[in-house]
Design a protein around this ligand. Structure first.
Ligand code: SAM
Ligand code: SF4
Ligand code: SF4
Length: 387
């Protein structure tokens, strides 16, 4: 018989959004057999874990300097999940069918001894007994130094963010004067360490870096690096997002195709966020030696219908959508004290939360008139829940 979940509200730090009540107790969906589905029938396959809310860049679309200044209240170390807590929570996500874990932030390579966490996560096995697909998204600034150690710890791949090849453009976008050459050195070190195939994410802002689309494609074509163009999104509440600064992916592809002919490729996995395009040879046929590019059209072509991603914030709140305003406080379930629950309760809570998931922000945004897009409830910052 299915028992109804019981609820309790858990307090969080006051500068963060309030936590939602964690649904405790067994529920039909909380069996931990990989069959957990949300209200739209979506499975749970991908967990993104933010390991720090701090960053050494101040990308204007993510952590604008005016907000994330020296007075900004970052989380104290005691609020962060420890590596053991992260692994304990991740294990229960794996029991619900998660096969892929992405470490993110803030800048994940700023978290001390991250290799130790990677080694713990690499020891987990999927329900089919396979190793997890463990990857990491980084701004690349510390990658040249850390690539070897990350690989040795069990990291399989990295995604590096780079918004242009022109130093002036890139420095303006990261807003801390960080040079392109050092990110390229990080990418080269990651390739040498075997952290491939490497993906490079470029956020495209119309009027800021859209003239870098073709030069970036030319630079990475044939190198084994998969370049992906991301539509500038209305995440968080601080980046001053405007629809007219979004360059639709269809336009990115049209601009590329005019210079470097492309052919559409099949998605490589269900729930994949990027649409894939391969470079064509003189006969107009995809040539794998030239490689591929991807576009992530989070604004103009919502992919919520297949969204199988959950996000664990730096302080252990579970978010069901990149655009959510509130998360569920799982940290309180793994910390010692009177209210500590065991792993069965943690597993049940995760199952219950996913079972009740209705999130589909991008689909709903697409149905709004242009002037209403990007408005509405205050969304959590991307540097806090990770991209
Ligand atoms: N610091 C790391 C980095 O930049 O790769 C990881 C965290 S960052 C929040 C993860 C990804 O989110 C990056 O690829 C970044 O470019 C992307 N991102 C951040 N803000 C965005 C926005 N407003 N629209 C689209 N992508 C964004
Ligand atoms: Fe830092 Fe990444 Fe956000 Fe840029 S996108 S500010 S590098 S967390
Ligand atoms: Fe998933 Fe939310 Fe993005 Fe839709 S808007 S694809 S539900 S993260």
């Amino acid at each position: 018989m299915t028992k109804s979940p019981t609820y309790r509200t858990i307090a969080v730090l006051d500068q963060r959004p309030g936590a939602l009540p964690v649904p405790l107790g067994a529920a039909g969906s909380a069996s931990g057999d990989g069959q957990t589905r949300d209200t739209l029938g979506r499975p749970l396959r991908d967990l993104r874990i933010s390991v720090t809310d701090r960053c050494n860049f101040r990308c204007s679309y993510c952590m604008p300097k005016e907000v994330f200044d020296k007075d900004y209240a970052y989380l104290p170390h005691s609020a962060l999940l420890s590596f053991e807590e992260i692994t304990r929570i991740a294990r229960q996500f794996v029991a619900h069918g998660v096969q892929k874990i992405r470490l993110t932030g803030g800048e994940p390579l700023l978290r001390k001894n991250l290799e130790l966490l990677i080694a713990q996560l690499a020891a987990l096995r999927t329900l089919e007994g396979e190793p997890l697909d463990i990857t990491l998204t980084t701004n690349g600034s510390l990658l040249a130094r850390k690539a070897q150690a990350l690989k040795a710890a069990g990291l399989q791949r990295v995604t590096v963010s780079l918004d242009g090849l022109d130093d002036a453009v890139f420095k303006k976008m990261n807003d801390v004067d960080f040079p392109v050459a050092d990110v390229l050195a990080g990418i080269a070190a990651a390739q040498a360490a075997g952290l491939g195939p490497i993906k490079v994410n470029m956020v495209v802002k119309r009027g800021t870096n859209d003239h870098e689309i073709v030069p970036m494609a030319r630079h990475f074509q044939g190198t084994g690096v998969v370049l992906r163009f991301i539509e500038y999104m209305d995440v968080g509440a601080t980046n001053g997002w405007r629809m007219d600064e979004v360059l639709p992916s269809s336009e990115v592809i049209a601009r590329l195709h005019a210079e470097l002919p492309l052919v559409a490729l099949e998605a490589s996995a269900p729930g994949e966020t990027a649409q894939r395009w391969g470079y064509a040879n003189a006969q107009g046929v995809y040539d794998p030696r030239l490689g591929e590019v991807g576009v992530i059209s989070s604004v103009t072509q919502a992919f919520c219908a297949d969204c199988n991603r959950a996000r664990l914030s730096t302080e252990g709140q579970l978010y069901l959508c990149l655009f959510a305003s509130q998360g569920y406080d799982l940290r309180s379930l793994v910390r010692t004290g009177a209210e500590t629950a065991d792993d069965t309760a943690l597993a049940a809570a995760i199952g219950n939360i996913w079972h009740g998931r209705t999130d589909r922000y991008s689909l709903l945004r697409a149905a709004l008139p242009p002037e209403a897009q990007g408005t509405g409830a205050r969304r959590v910052e991307m540097s806090y829940i990770g991209g």
